[in-house]
Design a protein around this ligand. Structure first.
Ligand code: GDD
Ligand code: MN
Length: 380
């Protein structure tokens, strides 16, 4: 009942004059397919931040459900509302970064666009910052009084706890809920940290704490994580892999680029696929060059798919661009593949085993693929 009340009927926003200058607080809301949640969230913020000088910026990645149109619709009658529309890119963390960097306010608050975060805690978080007690105020499910009942199931709880344990191993400060996506900080701290942010995946708070030029003092404000009412969660296995990538990146202080790590992983999968298919074909009596050709072709398809969904997730090709990309990938990589087959054949003639010859050819193919992929297929 309380929850239903949150999706109130369209209310008219109080007619207020727009003050001169930039607001004190920018609420940054990353959103993807949250059209139905935009207006209720603005209404909730209007109540929660009454008496404060605030604005909200929704950062949408060209959602097919028309989220940005929903934002514009509200913005037409409410100057506190802004939208940023990004085309051809995806990513929660980078959306938050761009939203925050578009602000001229003193404080930045970050919250989800699906009404799962308790906006009534924002005032307390902002007051904690204003008091100077902390550098980041975190809406936390894992302190006395916090609640995490909104996580969909036991599986999400287990994953969340695992992630927290991992995160706490490398964080310089104790944070009960490092995975929270609900927090606030001074904009100048954000701006100073921004050039060092990795921007990968969902965990912008971790990224901030690990990248900040100072040892940040955090204060956790107990919060309830509410169940999602409309739309669906975008967290999936790939997002979790990105989290591992972020942790590795920070452990090695940025010396290992995440994209390369992921690409190497994808390449390894390609090598395994290549060898497996080659052996299957060999066992069914196919000659080595043809078996290796078949293995390489299937590995190329698998690599293209994995690179598109994982390595270059933020530049993912869709629709006709997907087919164009695949075509280009196949054409250009075929040149590498022919060299690859030739090299494998040479090694084989040289008395190497099929596995070794095949693996050598495949590794050379992967290096070639990386050069082509980053510059031609998934270029910025
Ligand atoms: N612009 C943009 N681009 N926004 C995105 C993207 C994206 O690629 N992916 C997700 N979002 C938006 C969603 O629309 C939502 O407003 C917010 O980011 C969080 O995404 P959800 O998909 O709802 O995430 P969740 O509910 O599983 O995860 C939440 O809980 C985590 C803790 O368990 C988020 O708040 C996380 O930040 C939080 O850490
Ligand atoms: Mn959510």
């Amino acid at each position: 009942l309380v929850i239903r009340d949150r999706i109130s009927q369209t209310i008219d926003f109080p007619a207020e004059d727009r003050p001169a200058g930039s607001p004190d607080i920018t609420v940054v809301v990353p959103c993807y397919c949250e059209a139905a949640n935009v207006r209720p969230l603005v209404e909730a913020l209007t109540r929660a931040l009454a008496g404060r000088d605030w604005e909200v910026v929704f950062v949408d990645d060209n959602s097919p459900d028309g989220t940005i149109e929903a934002v514009r619709e509200v913005a037409r009658s409410n100057w506190r509302v802004r939208g940023i529309s990004r085309i051809g890119r995806r990513g929660l963390s980078t959306a938050v970064i761009e939203g925050a960097l578009s602000s001229s306010a003193t404080y930045i608050a970050v919250m989800d666009g699906d009404l799962q975060h308790d906006e009534t805690r924002l005032g307390i978080m902002l007051d904690a910052l204003a008091s100077g007690r902390c550098d980041i105020a975190i809406g936390s499910r894992h302190v006395e009084g916090g609640d995490n009942s909104g996580l969909a199931n036991a599986w999400r709880h287990a994953l969340s706890n695992g992630g927290i344990t991992l995160a706490q191993m490398i964080l310089p400060v104790r944070v009960g809920d490092p995975m929270s996506g609900f927090f606030a900080l001074r904009r100048d701290l954000f701006v100073r940290t921004a050039p060092r942010l990795s921007g990968a995946g969902f965990k912008i708070l971790m990224d901030l704490i690990l990248s900040a030029p100072i040892k940040v003092r955090v204060e956790e404000i107990p919060c309830t994580f509410k169940p999602r009412l409309a739309g669906e969660s975008k967290l999936d296995v790939l997002v979790m892999l990105q989290f591992l990538g972020l942790m590795l990146d920070k452990l090695f202080h940025g010396w290992l680029p995440i994209r390369f790590l992921v690409f190497a992983f994808v390449g390894l999968v390609g090598v395994i696929v290549n060898i497996a298919i080659m052996n299957v074909l060999r066992l069914s009596g196919v000659d080595f060059p043809i078996a290796q050709t078949g293995g390489t072709f299937v590995a190329m398809l698998v690599n293209f798919w994995l690179d598109n969904t994982l390595t270059y997730r933020d530049r993912r090709l869709k629709g006709t661009r997907l087919y164009g990309g695949l075509f280009l990938f196949l054409v250009v990589c075929s040149a590498g593949a022919w060299a690859n087959i030739g090299i494998a054949q040479l090694f084989h003639d040289d008395g190497q085993t099929f596995d070794k010859a095949s693996a050598t050819g495949a590794v050379i193919g992967v290096v070639w693929n990386y050069a082509v992929s980053s510059t031609l297929i998934w270029r910025r």
